[in-house]
Design a binder for this molecule. Structure first.
Ligand SMILES: Cc1cc2nc3c(=O)[nH]c(=O)nc-3n(C[C@H](O)[C@H](O)[C@H](O)COP(=O)(O)O)c2cc1C
Length: 459
């Protein structure tokens, strides 16, 4: 069987994910695994038509396409995202249509599901026969049990292809894009006081209604909002995944392009940050992805904490709940307050204008009027994953995270909570005695509410 491997790591041969592919290739020598480092070579692929065509031809001749990629900021890296855009821009969907396909990722399991949902939807859009996803933790390959699991998955997908078994489509095609947005005269004139407002747009075409939405929102603020386009920014390239930033947050690109300077002086210094862009396939543009990936020089530290943020999205966001989850999770990870998301999906432009005016009002609210929202699973779960990684295996690589997490009380495991430990030990033993167990179960609901009931009634 011919397996075309499209590797999505900027590290090329040094990719951790690629070692999973090599391991499977060694265990299934009867099959041919042809590896293309598409993320590593994206510039060449973009510039040189023949390099792109070589990959497309290999896909055409393959029995299976294996998308292997690391997780980058809730998704794949910007270079891989760009490759996916090129398939659509250069109208090469036919090469992929009808092919069997599987996805393999490595990560620390922080929003691996949103990356896999994205890739699955893209494969469905390409008309591929999607067999399944495999999300390995970075170092799973070191453990016998996990190697067995990976080989069993590989055996399974080879069997599905061999039998030409049917596969279901999971993500319905996206319906037509929203209509043009024609903003009305701005009826609001919002005083931003001394707040610094930054509206960022990607500038990547096609941009849908992004320009009009950005102009309308900016006009709500009495001309005090800064508008910047990522296309005008001097960004040499996507994140290289080198992790040199882990020690002191110094990016390998520092001094070579303008990204860090912009992030430090414009993004971090703003009180309000609005992210605007159009949907490209099932996410925003690869330019936006590059922005998020490059901000990784701050590693796992929230850099927008306490800021007001919002999104202006042109495109069918309502049909892509996975993307909405990524946008919301980003806000929670950043410990920012998400003031709102406005899209151009409303029935008419007047409704969009009204939502935009309301968004502008919310963005400049005085701190005391901002409703304080607790984190949901997105933020709480995500933080616990990073807490454990930074406390454990990744501590020496991400030393600056360790310092920050320690200082800000992120290491909140109940290591030394002797009261809780004593209670757990005592109650576990006591509930083994049948009469105590019966009594315990009878009192359980009452006991569970007791501490909060006390606060509700007495404070
Ligand atoms: C810029 C950047 C962003 C990352 N984002 C995520 C993420 O969102 N979720 C996650 O679980 N791991 C994330 N990681 C960790 C990588 O996915 C992980 O180290 C992976 O195994 C690297 O694979 P590779 O060596 O094949 O590139 C990120 C790493 C980098 C450098």
């Amino acid at each position: 069987m011919n397996i075309a491997v499209l590797n999505g790591s900027p590290k090329g041969d040094l990719s951790v994910t690629l070692q999973y592919v090599r391991y499977a290739a060694a265990k299934f020598p009867q099959h041919s695994f042809r590896i293309f480092p598409v993320a590593r070579t994206i510039r060449k692929i973009e510039r040189d038509e023949s390099a792109f065509q070589e990959i497309i031809d290999a896909v055409k001749n393959a029995d299976v396409v294996l998308w292997s990629f690391p997780l980058y900021f809730f998704l794949v890296c910007s270079q891989y995202k760009r490759f996916i855009e090129l398939i659509f821009e250069r109208k090469q969907q036919e090469a992929f249509a009808g092919k069997y396909t599987v996805c393999l990722s490595t990560s620390v399991h922080f929003f691996d599901h949103t990356a896999h949902n994205y890739m699955h939807a893209v494969c469905d859009d390409l008309g591929m026969n999607f067999i399944g996803s495999y999300s390995a933790a970075m170092y799973d390959l070191m453990r016998g049990k996990e190697r067995k699991r990976w080989l069993s998955f590989a055996g399974h997908f080879l069997d599905v292809v061999n039998r030409r078994a049917p596969t279901p489509r999971v993500y319905p095609p996206l319906k037509a894009s929203p209509a043009a947005y024609s903003p009305g005269r701005t009826a609001v004139d919002i005083e931003a006081q001394d707040k610094r407002i930054l509206i960022l747009q990607d500038g990547q075409e096609p941009s849908g209604n992004t320009d009009a939405m950005v102009a309308q929102l900016a006009a709500c603020f009495r001309g005090t909002a800064d508008v910047a386009s990522l296309m005008d920014l001097d960004i040499k390239g996507g994140c290289l995944g080198c992790c040199k930033c882990g020690l002191d947050n110094v990016c390998d690109y520092q001094g070579k392009d303008g990204f860090v300077d912009f992030y430090e002086n414009s993004v971090k210094k703003a009180d309000i940050v609005v992210f605007a862009g159009a949907i490209h396939d099932r996410y925003l543009s690869s330019r936006w992805k590059m922005f998020f990936d490059r901000s990784f020089y701050n590693t796992h530290v929230p850099t927008l904490a306490g800021k007001q943020i919002a999104y202006l999205i042109s495109g069918p966001l309502a049909q892509i709940p996975n993307l909405r989850q990524v946008l919301e999770a980003y806000a929670e990870f950043q410990e920012a307050n998400l003031a709102g998301i406005v899209t151009d999906e409303e029935d008419n432009s007047t409704e969009t204008d009204e939502l935009m005016a309301e968004l502008a009002r919310r963005l400049v609210r005085p701190a005391a009027d901002i409703p304080l929202q607790p984190m949901t699973f997105l933020g709480v779960g995500g933080r616990k994953i990073f807490r454990d990684e930074i406390y454990g295996m990744l501590r020496f690589v991400f030393q600056s995270d360790y310092r920050y997490y320690k200082k800000h009380g992120y290491f909140d495991f109940p290591h030394k909570n002797f009261k809780v430990r004593r209670m757990n030990m005592m109650m576990t033993t006591l509930t083994k005695i049948p009469p105590v167990r019966r009594k315990f179960l009878k009192m359980l609901k009452e006991q569970m509410v007791k501490p909060v009931k006390y606060i509700a009634e007495n404070r």
